[in-house]
Design a protein around this ligand. Sequence first.
Ligand SMILES: CC(C)(COP(=O)(O)OP(=O)(O)OC[C@H]1O[C@@H](n2cnc3c(N)ncnc32)[C@H](O)[C@@H]1OP(=O)(O)O)[C@@H](O)C(=O)NCCC(=O)NCCS
Length: 218
Amino acid sequence: MTVQLEVVDLNKLPSSFEVLTQAEQTYYQTLRVPKRRTEWLGGRLALKRLILVQTGKKDFKQIEVLPQPEGKPQVRVDGQNWSGAFSITHSHGFAVAAIDSQADFMGIDLEKIEHRIEAWKTGFFHPDELTGQGDEFLTSLWTQKEALVKLLGTGLSINSFDVRCVKGKPQFFGAALEIFKQLGSPQITLTTSTLLPGFMFSVAIGRNKSKAGSCFTE
Ligand SMILES: CC(C)(COP(=O)(O)OP(=O)(O)OC[C@H]1O[C@@H](n2cnc3c(N)ncnc32)[C@H](O)[C@@H]1OP(=O)(O)O)[C@@H](O)C(=O)NCCC(=O)NCCS
């Protein structure tokens, strides 16, 4: 397992001035909702801790993590684009970051296990995905789908039915399938666990080294 994870408690954050570069600080100041600011800072702290260890750098401010226009962040280390696979998620007081030096693409998602209404279930998931029931099953499925849309780099700007997870296996259709092909049809490994008590957490890792993908098409 080459994935490295860092969990940050959002109630124990240092000052933004210790963590953020000037450009990050400028973006941070535009975030008006306190919860969103805390999450954004916590996600950066978690990711920067991992990248400091990975690169041997010493200062958080050598690393810059800013969103690209479509939402997916870009990492720069000493001003150069960093090519490692990474992802960020936050939920209910925690931020988590992950990196994998052997992966080409990555997406992670953390969600609290909660009861959600029927309309959410049928609106978000294709019937093929609903192979189980209960709050833990549906929360797991949600984290799997969100990890996959982050791996693709689209987020939920695409139709949620175009990215499916059936018994732990990803399936792509329509626009999602086109993007998956543009990425080189990577082999995807999807892992779901209880990272923290009361939460479900999924990691999707894409590798282009083998072309034997585990995805199905329609
Ligand atoms: C990306 C998305 C799946 C995130 O899901 P979420 O459960 O709301 O949030 P999470 O905490 O799990 O993840 C947020 C992180 O995903 C990452 N992310 C955002 N867009 C991404 C994308 N297109 N690809 C990969 N990662 C993305 C960011 O790192 C973000 O954290 P940050 O803003 O602090 O850097 C979802 O929010 C989405 O698709 N958003 C689309 C854009 C959108 O709807 N914007 C609303 C504008 S008002």
